[in-house]
Design a protein around this ligand. Sequence first.
Ligand code: TYD
Ligand code: MG
Length: 468
Amino acid sequence: MAKSRAQFICQNCGTVFSRWNGKCDSCGQWNTLIEENTASGIGASPGAGKRKGHAIGLVPLSGEIEEAPRISTGIEELDRVTGGGFVRGAAILIGGDPGIGKSTLLTQASATYSRAGHDVVYVSGEEAVGQIRLRAQRLGVADTKVLLAAETNVENILTTLDMGKPPALLIIDSIQTLWTATAESAPGSVTQVRASVQAMIRYAKKTGTAVILVGHVTKDGQIAGPRVVEHMVDAVLYFEGERGHHFRILRTVKNRFGPTDEIGVFEMTGKGLQEISNPSELFLNERAISSPGAAVFAGLEGTRPVLVEIQALVVPSPLGTPRRAVVGWDTARLSMVLAVLEAHCGIRLGSHDVYLNVAGGYRISEPAGDLAVAAALISSLSGNALPQRSVYFGEVSLSGAVRAVAQTEMRIKEASKLGFTSATKPVSAEKQKLVPADFNVSEIDELAELAANIVGSQYQQNELDGNN
Ligand code: TYD
Ligand code: MG
């Protein structure tokens, strides 16, 4: 018989050690090595254990799919992000900061699901049944047939579910409160979260119930239980928003059954989350009319164009090391644009504080935002406001060249739809057919041209044209 051998497995990265250590040498995490007894499995000696499995039957790939694989959530923005609704038997993780609105979103989704005639079970480990009812009343969905439970033990939840017909949708709020008797550590610990989530995923696969797992994100931006859950589930969505703003953005990080570049935009109101089907209007709402330092970026999120205002403020700095403060954009990317402006356009910002803000709590992740940021910076420094009805997009390279980006037509169409009349963009080989006749496109090769346009005399001409 094979000798059973103790192994120590890092719960964070999965590396196997033969001895216990306080720190994992592989990923550097402390206190993550747990003893696991493995006579077979990872690192087992060759031939360990006789085969005891039973035959499982192989099927052809080209077989029939039995039932409609997804159910629409009834909330358009949520459908867009998930790729048309929750897939049966899928496990979906929704992460976000505490208080961002995860429970609110899921209460609303369970109500629409239930109204469409599907069974929904909502299990909360954070709130009492009374509190959930109170929220449902506030959201105006208290009359639906959603079943509630306030429970944290996995075995209790699964035993209860096994007594009836599996629901179409099961919501677990949140994974950090779940615990299972099969794991010994405290609730909220990596081992507990992992074991509990595994049990819930098994339930999803076995019954075809779509299981939504809510997870709180820790301060460093990770879901507690360092990423152990992300790779186990079928889809990972993050619900984000800036403090002090009402807008909430649902973003896909991983999706085995749909797109990963779509966003859903919501507004948190006194009566729950409202869908925003045209985010550009919302992000441009706060627009200050023609003040220096404001540029409109024509961006793209998945298949949807999004126009958003970028605000820059450049002021002489009293400090030895000037301040760089960024909201909604990448700090490293800002440093790069500043360096290119200095090296290739002769615009020195080394003794200036630079503040950059993306309006409405939106976050730009596309490199195409470079050109709009550069325009806002130059405009603020020079004190020249940019032409009012103009948008900017393009990637800036380290050589100072402006590089082409995808989906030019779509960006221009959206800009034109919202009343903009001109765009500054990279030179692109393909000719745009769909540019409206009264829309003025100016193509630039180098960032220096943009600087000259804004600072130099050419700019005033543009402005005159724009004002007529
Ligand atoms: P919640 O969904 O409980 O957040 P999470 O589950 O992500 O921790 O939302 C909490 C916040 O949302 C809270 O600050 C109150 C606010 N809120 C509204 O503004 N309007 C509403 O209708 C509801 C239900 C909540
Ligand atoms: Mg909650």
